[in-house]
Design a binder for this molecule. Structure first.
Ligand SMILES: NC(=O)C1=CN([C@@H]2O[C@H](COP(=O)(O)OP(=O)(O)OC[C@H]3O[C@@H](n4cnc5c(N)ncnc54)[C@H](O)[C@@H]3O)[C@@H](O)[C@H]2O)C=CC1
Ligand SMILES: O=C(O)[C@@H]1CCC=N1
Length: 282
């Protein structure tokens, strides 16, 4: 399905790199099919070309010409300028995938001013290793074939779930931002290594394998997280001592607030930009 397709990335940051590096490593797409541009950082484009063999250009025209799929991967705040800039170079025959947090397909369609299909996509940086949890939601003009194309692209870099667009803000908190919350937790564990006078390399290896094992076990069982941690906890034991500290500090409430805060931010981005741009063409 993806063979021969020209894929244009508008934006060449962390997320764009995670997606196309994953696609290339999984051998789903050849590096020559990927065309990348950014605002103005040619050194960055050059670095990406040398590292992955992708096509890069500062000319948006070159990148967009005959592109089948256009992936919008700039920061949400820059979407208006970016799409205004490329609009004359786009056509309704191209499939637009927006990975921008908090930006609706309606907003993108209004900026584009034509009836090209737009799909909202929320991946995460684990795409780089083929392990993203990617949410996809159809905009009004996206048909089944467009969704299949989007699915097949992102299945190459992990799991894909098609969801209604009204759920994407909440799912962004988990699928998109979630990895950062995990890394933050692990950073805390790393910091404990020093206080415990443990060898850092050994400790890091143990922490990563411990996390991997916990994930493997969760995937292999119907047991709830509560059952799983109760299996670990012994009366008067070490786990109980640690869990007491977490409970005393309302750790789970904090985690719930963390996810809700991220979801709210996604909804607020939409609201901040909610004065929809006027349709430029009928
Ligand atoms: N970093 C992550 O884990 C995730 C990010 N996202 C979304 O991906 C998007 C990009 O995020 P990052 O890659 O982290 O940001 P970043 O700051 O690393 O990259 C942004 C890129 O957009 C380019 N850009 C800005 N204005 C432009 C314009 N007018 N024309 C062309 N290119 C332009 C910049 O030059 C840069 O290459 C955001 O909208 C974010 O919400 C979505 C899921 C996860
Ligand atoms: O922090 C952000 O806004 C983006 C979206 C999800 C992950 N990173």
């Amino acid at each position: 399905m993806l063979q021969q397709k020209k894929i244009a990335f508008i934006g060449a940051g962390n997320m764009a790199e995670a997606i196309f590096s994953g696609l290339i490593h999984q051998e789903k797409v050849a590096a020559e099919q990927i065309h990348v541009t950014n605002r103005s950082n040619y050194d960055r484009l050059n670095h990406l070309r040398e590292k992955y063999g992708v096509q890069v250009s500062t000319s948006k025209e070159e990148v967009l010409q005959n592109a089948d799929i256009v992936i919008l991967a700039m920061k949400p705040i820059g979407v208006k300028d970016a799409v205004n800039d490329i609009r004359p170079l786009t056509s309704k025959n191209q499939l637009f995938l927006s990975v921008l947090a908090g930006i609706t397909t309606e907003y993108i369609s209004n900026l584009l001013g034509h009836s090209a299909p737009v799909v909202r996509v929320m991946p995460n940086t684990s795409a780089a290793v083929g392990s993203s949890a990617t949410m996809i939601a159809a905009g009004d003009n996206a048909n089944e074939e467009d969704m299949e194309m989007t699915s097949s692209l992102f299945e190459a870099v992990g799991m894909v779930k098609q969801v209604p667009e009204h759920d994407v803000d909440s799912l962004t908190a988990i699928a998109g931002s979630g990895p950062a919350f995990m890394y933050y937790l692990v950073e805390g564990m790393y910091e404990s290594l020093e206080e415990l006078n443990l060898d850092k390399d050994l400790g890091k290896e143990v922490i990563i394998q411990m996390m991997q094992g916990a994930i493997d076990l969760m995937k292999s069982t119907d047991q709830s997280p509560r059952e799983l941690y109760l299996n670990v906890k012994s009366p008067g034991g070490t786990t109980e001592a640690g869990l007491n500290v977490l409970e005393d500090n309302d750790y789970q409430d904090i985690m719930i607030e963390c996810i809700k805060g991220a979801a709210k931010r996604s909804r607020d981005i939409t609201k901040e930009l909610s004065t929809l741009p006027e349709k430029t063409l009928s």
